[in-house]
Design a protein around this ligand. Sequence first.
Ligand SMILES: Cc1cc2nc3c(=O)[nH]c(=O)nc-3n(C[C@H](O)[C@H](O)[C@H](O)COP(=O)(O)OP(=O)(O)OC[C@H]3O[C@@H](n4cnc5c(N)ncnc54)[C@H](O)[C@@H]3O)c2cc1C
Length: 522
Amino acid sequence: MNRHYDIAIVGSGFAGSLLAMIARRLGRSVVLIERGRHPRMVIGESSTPLTNLLLEELATRFDLPTIKPLSKWGTWQQAHPDVACGLKRGFTFYHHTLEQPAPFPPDRNNQLLVVASPHDRIADTHWYRADFDHLFVNEAQKLGVDYLDETTLNQFTDSNAEIKLEGTRHGQPIAISAKLLIDATGPRGFLHQARNPGEKPLPNFPHTQALYSHFSDVGKIEPAQSAHEDKPPYPVDAAAVHHIFDGGWIWVLQFNNGITSAGIAATDEFAAKYNLREGEAAWQRILDELPALRKQFADAKPVQPFRHIPQLSFRSASIAGPRWALLPSAAGFVDPLLSTGFPLTLLGIDRLATIIERDWESSRLTPQLEIYANQTEADLLAAARLIGSLYANMNNFPVFASLSLLYFAAVSYAETARRLNKPELAPSFLLHNHPQFGPACAHLCERARNLRTEEQARQLSEDILEAIAPFNVAGLGDPRRRNWYPVEAQDLLDAAPKLHATREDIHQLLLRCGFSTASQSA
Ligand SMILES: Cc1cc2nc3c(=O)[nH]c(=O)nc-3n(C[C@H](O)[C@H](O)[C@H](O)COP(=O)(O)OP(=O)(O)OC[C@H]3O[C@@H](n4cnc5c(N)ncnc54)[C@H](O)[C@@H]3O)c2cc1C
């Protein structure tokens, strides 16, 4: 088999398949190469408002009507009820002190609930990737993408005119040539092995590991939370649930097919103490220190083998060349905390799509790929700065909660700006290249990594509130809300001037998004 294509994409996760569909829509011939076969389990499941907006924008711009409904819980349930997913109404954080069991839930100073959507219909989701990615790859084939699964590539050659890939499929040799190669194989993936560019450290980011699985028969934490007087702003399990403790954190994501995804990300020190590489036994040892989770997982059974990632974070030393580029998900990874993987990947797909659209076979292609590489790296470093400072404060939840407001302020501002058709107000992830917010955020993260006294911590929290004020469209940090942040139309209306918009613009935006039906369908 010897074939020639405009674009070869290696890796058929949702991202590789999505870019393949877009490239077809742009008139390019595309081959998508996968070493495994669908459906298969893969990790990385929780979406966010910005993720879903980016997915919706891409599906609209490139006319992908099968994909578009997946950007909201309600339309997903209508269009693809057979594709499993989880309802995500918000971000739930609880702080725990290991070896000192305390009543659950902790007091409001040690929890943080941030609502992501006013009601279920327009809520975010957890993607059950076995089904989700299978749908994407099928859709890519319908759009004319040649799909080669169970293919092992063992040769990569970059000549002056094209990329050549050689390997085997079902025992037969194959050779593919393409004008552009996109690596969508994830961290330390295909080009990392084939070109061996090496890794660069993420500055000030700890070495971390992960251990995870999928489970059946996991209980809920709602009953414990609801035993308290205050009603939480959304059902606390219908969320990305984060349990934070010194040295690491546990995620719990519940799907509507009875499966729950759960795992831990932790520093090397923590991983060594609990011997994470031991798998299930280590997981049980950690749950034994967390009574609320031990109870929630009392009847749980792993339905997948436990998987251990000995080196979680990653940054490739090079991201693009004249005829090739790594997707952001292959160029680097920080941590599952704050679910930054999907939005970074979708921003990268958006940028590559624009390059393919505007600069195909022009002399601008190589310089544009260089710009893409720089943007991808800068986004990754911004995520690492913030998440590194969160790791440094996992033993100090008030500071952790304050720092997380930098994330929530930046992404909710970016989401609203994009929804107002003003993407220029928020051109980079976490506003890192915004002339005020970018440097302020970097400086605050640096201070957060070096806190010595309670006074420094108090001052940092005050300074964070000051830094986010011009971008705060969600009432974040309002002490009356005591760490529970609802989605209020009023906050957005009041924030109109921060978005260079009128109250009427915001009102129209709320109508367009389906926000105002909250009371009918909540
Ligand atoms: C523990 C963990 C938790 C995460 N949680 C979240 C989260 O909650 N939210 C979020 O936004 N992000 C999360 N992420 C990040 C998220 O997983 C990625 O952003 C996302 O999976 C990227 O999708 P993708 O399609 O690019 O790559 P992948 O999903 O990794 O797919 C890569 C594909 O390439 C194939 N492949 C690999 N090597 C080869 C090869 N040599 N040849 C051919 N094919 C190959 C694989 O079989 C696979 O099908 C998490 C990551 C980890 C590690």
